[in-house]
Design a protein around this ligand. Sequence first.
Ligand code: 13P
Length: 250
Amino acid sequence: MRRMIIAGNWKMNGDRDLVRRIAERCSGAGVDGVDLLVCPPFPLLPAMAEQAPAGVALGAQDVSEYASGAYTGEVSTAMLVEAGCRYVLVGHSERRALFGDSNSRVAAKFAAAKGAGLIPVLCVGETLEERDADRTETVVAEQLDAVFDACGADAFREAVIAYEPVWAIGTGRNATPEQAQAVHAFIRKRVADRDAGVADSLPILYGGSMKPDNAETLLSCPDVDGGLIGGASLDPEAFLAIHACARPGG
Ligand code: 13P
């Protein structure tokens, strides 16, 4: 049975007070087979590492593909490991759209993360224009294939994928369970074509306007193994309410 992961991506939000409130609220919130993951901005990682109760994993929102050197403003995998991170998001659509992260750069970041023993969470997803042009599967396939090219057939062993349709992010318009399930099944099949065992155990999270009132139906889809939550993860009550909707095994 696949584990479920409920992950919060704070984006460029939050402060030490939110760290404290989330840490407090998550304490004792463990559900068997459902992992909690919190991805605050870089400067809040040490505070979260210090305060997070057992069972709450820490992740970063991005990482450099380079190991060290003259890369002003960048953060390396080794720094994330030292800060207590177990996970790192790579290829979030905001990084792709606003900061020029191409498929090949995202693949290099993914490879660097794995090389450092971090669990990369590869974010994939199509824009509304691409969906309307019936290009969802093509776009997602290209995003996945760049990682296969960089890391080989078992690239997604010890990794996570998050399907985040760009048109659903921060818009209040979530994918329907049918839309999410269809793309999740497509992703799992594409991974299975390279390695069936890896595909079977690969957590595939849904992200895009997941809230307490739509989480239960989305999380009950057979190929949806959790959520990557933006806005609602900034509210401890909402984040934990979504977590309470997750049942291991879908
Ligand atoms: P929202 O939940 O705010 O739509 O954001 C989703 C997201 O981008 C998580 O990475």
